[in-house]
Design a protein around this ligand. Structure first.
Ligand SMILES: [Zn+2]
Length: 382
């Protein structure tokens, strides 16, 4: 049986909830390789099992005579246990800076492995997470050489739903730059551009607000759920007492803020609804149904993966990053839902140069292009 995290989220129809008990420590941990083994399956198939301590994400490629399983955010080593009579000649592990490649040298070439032949098994008994791949010799199929199966690319048949939240609005202007630029105006402009570009790229998109209206934070979160969002992105711009502070930053939900600054920011962003950061548990009294710990964990993990990828994409697009952690965590009310997502502070309106940039069409387009790229790279299905 294959249960993806996304399917896990669909198990019960729930409305807005508090992700109060998300185990952050588990999320911060990198994945680590525990074991690799091969086996023979009926029908002349070879089974490759890669065991890791947390749920793996992966992509596959097929260089000449090889199958390469790329595991991002993974470290470790394991001596492979090889069964006889398989298509696997030898196996090796090649560590990268932030990732691990399992390199499988094959006796015969294989066709790209169908998704139906790939499973991720939940921890069970002595076993941890297992990525299981079944494959056969590629008789009469396309040459398997150099065909990269980008598992992270959205399948053309399934339209993923992205809910875009322009922060603030109406009576709540958000922060205001020295030149008078309002956060609510900048983020709405970016949200509209993002919607247009995502629509063009084949995504299904919804805006929480498309004009200058005020929406409560919980309403925004519940729109994400009603629209059955696969991903929720809340757009904001920042202000800092230090006028020299600049750069973007990306946040995911957690009960505790990752640092003092993240805590202050969550207080500021939650202020529109007068939600006290320390009042997180009060908020949850209104929540009728709590997700299982497993589901909460899945949402948090998926959010974290998106946020890490988004941060990376912004940096490689040359968008100035605020110094500090790549992804921070804080109790943002708007992120309390069953939809994985992140809050993106696009830059600092309190910095004169960045205020100018954030108003400009060209910089807004640059931000939008980076967000679209981060969404295309996001692995929706694992
Ligand atoms: Zn804001």
């Amino acid at each position: 049986m294959k249960i993806s995290r996304r399917n896990l989220l669909k198990i019960s129809g729930v409305s807005v909830l508090a992700l109060a008990m998300v185990p952050r420590m588990a999320l911060a941990a990198r994945n680590s390789l525990r074991s690799i083994r091969t086996g023979v399956q009926p029908g002349g198939k070879t089974r490759l099992v890669i065991e890791t301590t947390i749920r793996p994400t992966y992509s596959l490629s097929y260089p000449d005579g090889q199958l390469v399983v790329h595991l991002p955010n993974t470290s470790g080593n394991a001596s492979p246990k090889l069964a006889s009579g398989t298509l696997v000649k030898s196996l090796g592990v090649s560590p990268g800076a932030q990732s691990l490649d399992v390199i499988v040298n094959l006796n015969k070439s294989i066709a790209p492995i169908q998704k139906s032949q790939i499973m991720i098994l939940e921890p069970n008994g002595d076993s941890e997470y297992r990525l299981v791949l079944d494959f056969a010799a590629g008789a009469g199929t396309v040459a398997a050489n150099n065909i990269a199966t980008a598992v992270s690319a959205p399948a053309p048949t399934k339209k993923y739903t992205i809910v875009i939240d322009a922060g603030h609005g109406g009576k709540d202007p958000g922060c205001i730059g020295k030149g008078g630029t309002k956060e609510k105006t900048v983020v709405l402009a970016v949200a509209k551009k993002l919607k247009a570009k995502l629509d063009a790229a084949g995504f299904k998109t919804y805006l929480t607000r498309s004009d200058d209206t005020y929406l409560k934070l919980a309403e925004r979160a519940s729109i994400a759920e009603k629209r059955k969002g696969d991903l929720f992105i809340s757009l904001h711009a920042n202000a800092n007492p230090s006028r020299s502070m600049k750069g973007f930053s990306i946040y995911t939900l957690s009960e505790k803020a990752s640092d003092e600054e993240a805590k202050k920011l969550a207080e500021a962003e939650n202020a529109a609804d007068k939600i006290d950061v320390s009042g997180f548990s009060d908020f949850s009294k209104d929540i009728r149904i709590a997700l299982s710990a497993l589901q909460q964990h899945a949402v948090a993990e998926m959010s974290e993966e998106y946020a890490v990828g988004c941060s990376k994409t912004f940096r490689s697009a040359g968008i100035e990053a605020q110094p500090g952690a790549k992804v921070r965590h804080a109790p943002f009310a708007v992120l309390r839902s069953t939809v994985p997502g992140a809050l993106v502070e696009l830059g600092h309106l309190s910095n004169a140069a960045e205020e100018k940039l954030l108003k400009s069409d060209s910089h807004q387009n640059k931000l939008v292009t980076a967000i679209v790229k981060s969404i295309k790279n996001y692995n929706f299905d694992v």
